[in-house]
Design a protein around this ligand. Structure first.
Ligand SMILES: NC(=O)c1ccc[n+]([C@@H]2O[C@H](COP(=O)([O-])OP(=O)(O)OC[C@H]3O[C@@H](n4cnc5c(N)ncnc54)[C@H](O)[C@@H]3O)[C@@H](O)[C@H]2O)c1
Length: 267
């Protein structure tokens, strides 16, 4: 079977857990050499080791994507390990709870620093390499929380919306250099981040559509009930879209914010 990413060098941020871990493994299965980037080095190392244990190529790199020096170093270490990367999946992110009237300045600043500034910095030092290489694919992680209003996540929605704006801007700016830039907007996929979001919001207590705090399982059941396809997504489904967008199979797709949500934003 034809591999999607033969001999490509890819960076996946947030690769220690959830969607990023699934994407790192999928990219490696498709033939890419993968830099598994995360500020959780133990988790990233575990994922890189899993990839290597089945014959793939991967390194783990400790990076805080919101730190500019780290972002520069992430690129330097990837180049040192595998040569010039032409794919980045800027997936690292954190939950952000609070309404516009009550989110703290500290929480707002952190969420925007990681979920928006971190996405920009993830390609900041890669762009010259991609231009030199004659092209590349940048995949930025957004959320359906940027496409529809969801109560209780003001900073998260603002950051994820900013990611879509940045994606469209960059796609226009770097299209002439054959660099494609797209955003993925997943619906609910059970991961540690989702659990953290719901815990921070006190169950659905902060969700004006519901009453009272409920357990995590019940919250997932309620999320599932809002999806026309009747189920939540899986990390592997998001990873499959990322692999497609990273590959030449999507060679004329750029500047798009693609929802992958079982139809949740179509109703
Ligand atoms: N799971 C969902 O339902 C869902 C829906 C829409 C969007 N997303 C987005 O998908 C992305 C991945 O989320 P996930 O659900 O897999 O969460 P997760 O918590 O399982 O994984 C996130 C990873 O990002 C890492 N990370 C966080 N801050 C970092 C930083 N500053 N520098 C480097 N690494 C950092 C964490 O250590 C973790 O390994 C996030 O951007 C999230 O907002 C998730």
């Amino acid at each position: 079977m034809k591999l999607l990413l033969p001999n490509k060098v890819a960076i996946v941020t947030g690769a220690a857990s959830g969607i990023g871990a699934a994407a790192a493994k999928r990219f490696a299965r498709e033939g890419a050499k993968v830099a598994c980037v995360d500020f959780n080095l133990d988790g990233a190392t575990e994922v890189a080791n899993m990839i290597r244990s089945v014959g793939g190529e991967a390194v783990a790199i400790k990076t805080d994507v919101s730190n500019e020096d780290d972002a520069r170093e992430m690129v330097r270490l990837t180049v040192k390990a595998f040569g010039n990367p032409t794919i980045v999946y800027a997936n690292a992110g954190v939950a952000g709870s609070g309404s516009a009237a009550d989110v703290s300045m500290e929480s707002w600043t952190r969420v925007v620093a990681i979920n928006l500034t971190g996405v920009w910095l993830s390609s900041r030092y890669l762009l010259p390499i991609m231009i030199e290489a004659g092209g590349g694919s940048i995949i930025n992680q957004s959320s359906i929380g940027a496409l529809i209003g969801v109560p209780g996540i003001a900073s998260y929605a603002a950051a994820k919306g900013g990611v879509i704006g940045l994606t469209k801007q960059m796609s226009v700016e770097y299209g002439p250099q054959n660099i494609r830039v797209n955003a993925i907007c997943p619906g609910t996929v059970p991961t540690p981040l989702v659990e953290q979001t719901y815990r921070e919001r006190g169950g659905f207590a902060a969700d004006k559509r519901s009453e009272g705090a409920v357990g995590f399982q019940e919250i997932l059941d309620r999320s599932r009930a809002r999806v026309p396809m009747g189920r939540l997504g899986t990390v592997d489904e998001i990873a499959a879209l990322a692999a497609f967008l990273a590959s030449d199979e999507s060679s004329w797709i750029t500047g798009q914010a693609i929802a992958i949500d079982g139809g949740a934003t179509s109703q």
